[in-house]
Design a protein around this ligand. Structure first.
Ligand code: DQQ
Length: 485
């Protein structure tokens, strides 16, 4: 074990077979959105939606953890607690953290009704004082009348030419989600500037954008701008996060490219931050996909995604990659190359097993090939999770129908369009962390899923081919260390 000053010695690896070992989550209870991501005096601070009263969404506080390297986290005291009789008495919902001339400021959603509140932090970001003048924005803009139905949340701020700007999520009844824009000189007095972007609930292509937009983020990346937000369909169906890239002249945002940020029904409400070394980093919430009773039995629910780095591809799409720092968790390594995958492939040599793995595969599919990797396989194949590429459909699929014998887990497949690289190859980068699977394909398409195999021996890993012929050019597999040992 390496000597990490910020390792949390209070925490131990868990015996709960579904509890991730190298993803951040609180010791117990409920967690959802990442909030207030900021690098402060060299350390990364992660705040998150947290219910200290159990593994269910309710009495939402801001949990807090700090890290030197985005990998090992130390728990810090709860940062924000709802105050009875104040505008956040029913919850301190999502928001962000900014540096105002050396003072840390949290701008968050007070509930209920949904309003914008502010808190000032101590220099170590541990103690927070709520602004006595809260709320700083008491209601959605009057211009919109009641058409937002009070949905008004998740402020995200940036500074531009000495002014503070905010985007915030909302909706227009019967029409779709909206992102509103505000401006301020001092973070306390805000001027409404109008709608930055508006969705159409009836438009389904290239993807449906639901009825409310939550957790908007807006920032510059290379010479372009990125707007992302999470799409909800009421009453509370969390769909997926989507992004738009394009041009912004300080007033209007003209998107030129759009896509789903992470596919599957697990990754939601991401937040981005600029790091001191010039990267744009992003974390998202990985929801559970088993019944609430299972959360109560486990005592925890919700996991943070791996830290991801965003960059702009020449075609305007986002490149999304796990951060380099994760390499520090690599342990035993196995390497294979030049293996022909055809139907009846007998399997890779060696006893390949593991529930905490990083896998990098480079494959060259032939015409009409369908092939993939299977994870968490029981010896008799009763349980297995397949990651399949289908050349005809140009799709990558995580098949969950055999992932668990349990009847209380979701087993719908997750599918994303993925075309091969110009040289005909498919590059898969996969992280398996017990119940978490994150897949990065050709560096621009991500899928995430949650899996809950029941059998203790559902640990196998192999490759397979269903049709055609595929060349496995290389395969690297690492066992991953735990961040809690
Ligand atoms: N989660 C928060 C809201 C946000 C939603 C409440 C997104 O502020 O809109 O916990 O998951």
């Amino acid at each position: 074990m390496e000597n990490h000053a910020f390792q949390n010695h209070m925490r131990k690896s868990s015996h709960d077979k579904h509890r991730p070992a190298f993803h951040f989550l609180p010791e117990k209870n409920w967690m959802n959105d990442p909030n207030g991501l900021i690098q402060w005096k060299g350390q990364y601070h992660l705040f998150y939606q947290y219910n200290p009263n159990g593994p269910f969404h309710g009495t939402i506080h801001w949990g807090h953890a700090v890290s030197k390297d985005l990998i090992y986290w130390q728990d810090l005291p709860i940062a924000l607690t709802p105050t009875p009789g104040e505008p956040d008495e029913e919850g301190c919902w999502s928001g962000c953290c900014v540096n105002q001339d050396g003072t840390p400021i949290i701008v968050y959603t007070g509930v209920h009704p949904q309003v914008v509140c502010l808190a000032t932090g101590s220099d170590d970001l541990v103690n927070w004082q709520k602004y006595p003048g809260n709320p700083v924005i008491p209601a959605p803009p009057e211009e919109l009348g009641g058409r937002t139905e009070g949905q008004f949340r998740d402020p995200f701020l940036w500074n531009e030419n000495g002014s503070w700007y905010m985007v915030i999520g909302s909706k227009i009844e019967g029409q779709g989600g909206i992102v509103l824009r505000y401006r301020s000189d001092d973070l306390r007095q805000w001027e409404y500037l109008g709608i930055l972007m508006q969705g159409d609930i009836n438009q389904t292509k290239p993807f449906w954008t639901g009825s409310i937009w939550e957790c908007p983020n807006f920032f510059k990346l290379n010479e372009q701008y990125v707007l992302f937000f999470s799409v909800q369909s009421e009453p509370s169906n969390l769909i997926y996060p989507v992004y738009y890239t394009g041009n912004y002249d300080g007033k209007q945002f003209i998107p030129t490219c759009q896509d789903i940020l992470v596919h599957g029904n697990s990754f939601y409400a991401p937040q981005a931050m600029h790091s001191e070394d010039g990267r744009v980093l992003m974390l998202g919430w990985l929801q559970e996909s088993r019944r609430p009773n299972a959360h109560l039995e486990a005592g925890w629910a919700g996991v943070m995604s791996l830290p991801l780095a965003l960059s702009m591809l020449p075609n305007g799409k986002l490149q999304i990659e796990p951060v380099e720092e994760l390499k520090s968790l690599r342990r035993e390594h196995r390497h294979y190359e030049n293996v022909a995958l055809t139907q009846g492939f007998p399997g890779l040599p060696g006893d390949l097993r593991g529930e905490c793995l990083e896998i990098e595969a480079v494959l060259e599919p032939g015409p009409l090939a369908e092939f993939g990797l299977k994870l968490l396989v029981s010896p008799d194949n009763q349980e297995q999770t397949c990651i399949v590429y289908n050349c005809t459909q140009e799709s990558l699929i995580i098949e969950l129908n055999e992932s668990s014998l349990s009847t209380v887990v979701d087993r719908d497949m997750h599918k994303a369009p993925v075309s091969l690289e110009t040289d005909g190859s498919l590059r898969l980068h996969i992280f398996l962390d017990r119940s978490v699977i994150e897949v990065f394909a050709n560096q621009h398409t991500c899928l995430a899923a949650r899996v809950y195999p029941t059998r203790p021996d559902s640990l196998g890993l192999d490759l397979f081919s269903r049709s055609g012929e595929t060349k496995l050019k290389s395969l690297d597999i690492w066992n991953m260390g735990s961040i809690w040992d």
